[in-house]
Structure formats: structure tokens, C-alpha cells
Design a protein around this ligand. Sequence first.
Ligand SMILES: Cc1ncc(COP(=O)(O)O)c(C=O)c1O
Length: 393
Amino acid sequence: MTISKRIEDIISRASFIRKMFEEGAQLKAQYGAENVYDFSLGNPNLPPPEKFNELLRDTVDSCGLGDHCYMPNTGYPMVCGSVAEYLAEEQQAPVTNKEVMMTCGASGALNVALKTILDPGDEVLTPAPCFVEYKFYADNHGGTLKTVATKPDFQLDLEALSEAINPKTKAVLINSPNNPTGQVYPEDDLVALGELLEKKGKEFKRTIYLISDEPYRKIVFDGVRVPSIFTSYKNSIIGTSYSKDISIPGERIGFVAVNPEASYKNDLIAGITVANRILGFVNAPALMQRVVACMQGMSVEISEYARKRDILCDGLAGMGYKFIKPAGTFYLFPRSPIPDDVEFANVLKDERVLVVPGSGFDGPGHFRIAFCVDDEVIKNSMPSFQKAIEKYK
Ligand SMILES: Cc1ncc(COP(=O)(O)O)c(C=O)c1O
């Protein structure tokens, strides 16, 4: 091989995802796509709000000379300002355009934030189960991701986090509403986490950052509210995107926001700005910046995801599947009826149902169902889920 050993290793660790896609494609070719129930991908299936198409057309029509040129690496000041105005209200904090930097999605946001704060050997702690890519993002910037167990209901285990924080810890990375569990962390826990990071930072004489990855913030059900991060802890950074809430993941648009009260705010902003450039993003897509500036607070029809969740949860609960009902996102993370979640995902695959084994998220003994699919897919998959669990009764 002529590619790096590190990338070779990442390819092999990520190979289960490729394998899953290949097997899914094979099943669809064999049985017809409508007879395969594909819950493997978190690709939003609802259309963006109608306003999105309107704004896109108007923006294209109004583009003049210079509107496709390079811009400040942080994005158009007008766009950052519009995001900041919304964020100030949402976070109950005095956010201005200076603290907001437009990025290529939430992944871009997390990578520029980690690039800015990590030195070789630094550790990033994250509650498990967690988004698969986090370990690669930490590794991209010389850091190491360490997972910390959550409680049985997938809520933060503050004692476990307290024990895990050590002199190498540079950041705690949280994701609420959570992929893959669908759980939302309550305000009291976030405040307690902030206090813990403050205390441990003093003990180890270093700033420990709280990075909040929140692309699912608006996808919550039953009146659930996602609490403010900025009021929970001053050394906090938000990374997020419009990928999921307005269904435009292919457009690669998001932002990173630094808490206006952060101790080294100007250094963080300078670092993030240069990181956006040198990681090769340069700046977030110009057209999309102008569009999302006018879409603050908007989202797809969230009640549609709530309905899909209910059809799925009601159906699976009736068959004896065990799970904690998601408060947000479009993921359900049921317990596998057998300890080996990879084997159970294979049993489901034999019934033409595609899910992701929990081990892939550091959540063994479970599996993830992405219910961002047509209602019919959920309804038609029910007999297959039934057959799979019957094998273990
Ligand atoms: C938890 C989490 N973080 C980040 C991302 C990446 O989002 P984006 O496509 O905006 O980069 C995803 C995408 O699935 C995600 O689930």
C-alpha cells in the first residue's frame, strides 16, 4: 500500500459502514428497493421548508459581480450577524457576529474547533454511545477520543465523567439531542457538568472546553426544550448545522459559535478563523450563507418526525422490543434481543431490514434505526421486525 498507515487503519475501522452499504445495495438489486427497509442512514427525508426554494431562487437572481468571490474566512459579517441575533435569543447570551463563524456543516465546525484547541496527546471525552466520526475528528488534530459510559437511560453520568477527566483532558464533547440515542440532556445536568469542568480545570490548571454538537437541536418532540449551553458553562463552543433541521446536508452549511464569556475568546476566534482556512474549507459556501441568513429559527415540519417515531415505537413496543423513547432526533436505539448486536443486525438483514449495530457507536447490545424514511417503509417493515424477535422468544 502507498497510502498512510493511519488512513489504512481508518479505512479498515470504517469498513463495516461500507460493507453495510454494499450489502444493502445488493439486497435492493435482488428484491427491489421497495421490499428492502433501509433504516441505516441519517439522511433527512422531509423536504426543506418551501421558503428555502424561494430564497435560493431569489438569491441566485440577485447575485451580482463579486458575490461568488472569496470572503472573510469566518463568513459574510451580515450572515454571522443574523445567526448571532437568533443565537443570542436561543442561548440567552449576548452573542454578536464576532463570536459566530460560518462553516461547512457541523463536521466542519467540530473540526475547526478541535484543530484550534488540541495539542498532540490531548484527550477529548465524549459520553457513549456517540457519533461514529468523533474519534476520527479528534485524531485529525492530534487528539484522542475517550468515551465515557452514560447511565442506563443514556443520560450523562457525571460521576463517571468526573473520574475520567485527567490532566490530558482538553474538551468534553456532547451531542444533545443525541445520535444515536435520541435523548436530550436536562438543564440541571448541563449546569452540573459546567461546574465539574470549572472545578477540574482549576485542579489541573488548564481550560477544559465544553463542545456542544447540536445539529438536532430543533428536532425535539412533546414540548421538550434543549437547554442553553452558553449559560451552563463559560468555556463552551457550539458546533452545528442546518443539515438536519432544514434538510440540506448536501449543501454543507453550519456554524461554530464561541461563548461571549469564554476566557480566551479572542484566541479561540482567531484560531477557528485560521483553521477554517487551512483545513481547506477556506470559507463556508457563499450562496448557502446568504440563504440560511434569512431562515433563522425555521425548520422542517417536526411533527412529521414525531409521527414516524410514534408509528415505529408503538409497533416495536407491541412486539416486545425494549427502548427509551427518543425525545428528539430521528433515531431510535433499541436493545438488541441478544447480546451480540452485530448478529442481530444480520438477522434483521435476512428479513430485509437494514439497521446499524450499536457497537459502531460504542453502544454494544443495541442497534440504531434511522426513522427519517417514508411512513410506508416503517409500516411495511413491521412483519420483518416481528419475525426477527420471534427467533429469540
Ligand atoms: C451527531 C452528529 N454530529 C455531526 C454530524 C455532521 O453533520 P453535518 O452534515 O452538518 O456536517 C452528524 C451527521 O449525521 C451527526 O449525526
